[in-house]
Design a protein around this ligand. Structure first.
Ligand code: HPA
Length: 280
């Protein structure tokens, strides 16, 4: 895997901070079809990924590829409008690189969002799932070949409460208090894609304890854990996973579901940002 040096991370962070006077405290990564909140960022400075040193560009047309620095409800945030996936040819390290840059910018909290397939048969299309944990198989990881001490951590780092239970419960309580629907909490399985899973793979993942499946989020969450950042992970069930219903899967259906929940999802993000802002 291509090396990631502290100087590169610092160089990307300095480039970004030179474009704006806003100093974000929370990062937000928007998943497929979950970008409508991007238009609510105030005092926005928009930085195309292709201008940021060492930071890869998006190739998926549903992912704009612009970093937005600004405020949401007066809270300074850095919003990735579009993320980097392994299926685009990025290494796990390249997918997760922006998170190391956020850490170097002084950001200690991150919200990672995605559209995901529902494996748990109690879930319904359009449900929101706070990620409680993840499963990733044995291929490369974002820290392969790195010593996380360049990020201020340790080579071997703990993953047992990466998706902080305390934060999940705070967000769930606050969202329900605002009249939001009940949030699910479950395990996210990472599969690299770009093909959707086979029905046999989905049955396997269910046996292993997964509730949702998707092609993102895990590289960024591992990098955030290496950096000692607080992580909140949110999946939107954009379809039931392969074989759960007698139905073919398509990217168009994923986008349609995400469009149908966008107002609720905005409320959830406003709530989550507020909860994270209040935590030290
Ligand atoms: N599988 C993997 N990734 C996904 C899915 C799915 O069913 N839906 C949205 N992203």
């Amino acid at each position: 895997a291509k090396e990631m040096t502290y100087n590169q991370i610092k160089g990307s962070a300095e480039y970004i901070l030179a474009q704006t006077r806003v100093r974000p405290k929370i990062a937000l990564i928007l998943g497929s079809g979950l970008n409508p909140i991007a238009s609510e960022i105030e005092n926005a400075t928009r930085i195309p990924y292709k201008n940021i040193p060492r930071w890869n560009s998006t190739t998926n047309p549903d992912h704009e590829g612009v970093l937005i620095i600004g405020t949401l409800d007066k809270i300074p945030v850095a919003v990735m409008n579009g993320r980097l996936h392994q299926y685009e040819g990025n290494s796990m390290k390249e997918c997760a690189y922006p998170v190391a840059v956020f850490k170097a910018m002084g950001i200690e909290k991150i919200i990672v969002t995605n559209a995901a397939g529902g494996i748990n048969t109690d879930y319904r299309n359009g449900d929101f799932v706070l990620i409680s944990d993840h499963i990733k198989f044995f291929n490369e990881g974002p820290l392969t070949g790195e010593d996380a001490s360049i990020l201020g951590g340790n080579r071997f780092f703990d993953m047992s409460d990466t998706y902080s239970q305390y934060l999940r419960n705070r967000v769930a309580g606050a969202f329900e208090a605002e009249g939001g629907k009940k949030l699910q909490q479950g395990v996210y399985a990472y599969m690299p894609g770009p093909q959707f899973e086979t029905p046999a793979e989905i049955r396997m993942l269910r046996v292993l304890g997964a509730d949702v499946v998707g092609m993102s989020t895990v590289p960024e969450a591992i990098m955030a854990a290496a950096c000692n950042m607080k992580v909140l992970g949110i999946s939107v069930v954009s379809n039931m996973a392969a074989g759960v219903e007698n139905k073919k899967l398509s990217g168009a259906d994923v986008n349609e579901t995400c469009a149908s929940i966008k107002e609720d999802f905005k409320v959830l993000i406003h709530t989550a940002v507020k909860v994270l802002e209040e935590e030290n």
